[in-house]
Write a protein that binds this ligand. Structure first.
Ligand code: GDP
Length: 324
């Protein structure tokens, strides 16, 4: 595979080259990993920057409907939009949240949109790396907006928040007056909470839910990366195309404020450090999986269990035996 040629094509926004490159970064084969690393390194100097938007929400809240409407609105404004997904459950279900062809039907046919289904991969670490690299590829290919969708199932939000500039939480109108059991940690990650389905019979409930979240957000500790009025809750209807333009205005206002105040770049730098440390951790854990390490673990584990050696000294001994 000619990496230089591939990188030139990606910079020229060649969609087939982009797809091929994403397939390459998804591969776990050692030779593919090396080529992928070379490609990412080559593209680093393209200096193109998209706005990376994370979007989370439980199944049924309307993520794909929102992305379809919001994406079409953006392409209508002349912007190029890429949609990626982090779906840790895809390995279990064998499918993927974006794999279903009926989702985002119009957007997937739009020349200015690029939709990439989540690959089936077993662990979140692998999915995270693949998605990070896919984001880098889409940025180099000149996309203006990269949307990263995730299902609200705990850890995957953290992963998405750590690779995006803005994090959007999509909610549906609540029946009661409870805050839908949204975990505090997830609320704290959100820059904008969008109450979807604010239309028809659901409009009154959406209005109540929006007021509830506005109140809850006000009670939260002020974050240095937020201008006055953020994080905020807003209502949208993805089906009726309502509130989407306002939501985009707010996203841009927030991103622009962060750019001007240095928070935008600071966040990306912190994210780069986070992923470096995460890769390092994963690398060390992988060393523990080798046959030699496993054998040493078993051997020393037995000795620890029999009281022959203390756990910390045994651990030091095994660490010494890890592949340098
Ligand atoms: P996802 O699982 O989060 O991707 O949710 P979907 O986009 O598949 O939507 C789930 C259901 O909610 C579908 O039946 C949609 O038609 C419906 N839905 C999505 N957005 C809206 C909206 O803005 N208003 C209303 N009334 N229904 C919506």
């Amino acid at each position: 595979m000619d990496i230089t040629d591939l990188s030139i094509k990606i910079i020229a926004a060649d969609r087939r080259a982009l797809s091929k490159a994403i397939t390459l970064v998804e591969s776990s084969r050692a030779d593919h990993r090396a080529l992928a690393a070379e490609l990412i390194e080559k593209l680093k100097d393209s200096n193109r920057q998209a706005i990376r938007i994370g979007l989370s929400g439980t199944p049924g809240v309307g993520k794909s409907t929102f992305i379809e409407s919001f994406g079409l609105m953006l392409t209508g404004l002349g912007l190029r939009v890429a949609v990626l997904a982090v779906d840790p459950s895809s390995a279990r279900s064998g499918g993927s949240i974006l794999g279903d062809k009926t989702r985002m039907e119009q957007l997937s046919r739009d020349r200015n949109a690029f939709i990439r289904p989540s690959p089936a991969q077993s662990h979140l670490g692998g999915v995270a790396r693949r998605t990070r690299e896919a984001v880098a590829l889409c940025e180099a290919a000149g996309f203006d907006v990269v949307l990263i969708e995730t299902v609200g199932v705990g850890q995957s939000e953290t992963v998405v928040a750590e690779m995006t500039d803005l994090f959007i939480l999509l909610l549906a109108p609540a029946g009661g007056d409870e805050l839908q059991g949204v975990k505090r940690g997830i609320m704290e990650m959100a820059d904008i909470i969008l109450i979807n389905k604010a239309d028809g019979d659901l409009k009154p409930a959406a209005t109540r839910t929006c007021a509830d979240y506005t109140g809850a957000l006000r009670l939260m500790r002020k974050r240095p990366q937020d201008p006055e009025g953020f994080p905020k809750a807003m209502m949208v209807s993805s089906v009726q195309n309502e509130g989407l333009a306002t939501a985009w205005d707010e996203m841009q206002a927030l991103a622009n404020w962060r750019r001007e105040t240095g928070h935008f770049d600071a966040r990306r730098r912190e994210q780069a450090r986070y992923w470096f440390e995460e890769e390092l951790r994963q690398g060390v854990l992988a060393q523990l999986e080798t046959a030699t390490a496993q054998a040493a673990m078993k051997d020393y584990g037995d000795q620890v269990a029999e009281g022959k050696i203390s756990p910390d000294i045994a651990a030091q001994e095994v660490l010494k035996r890890l592949k340098p």
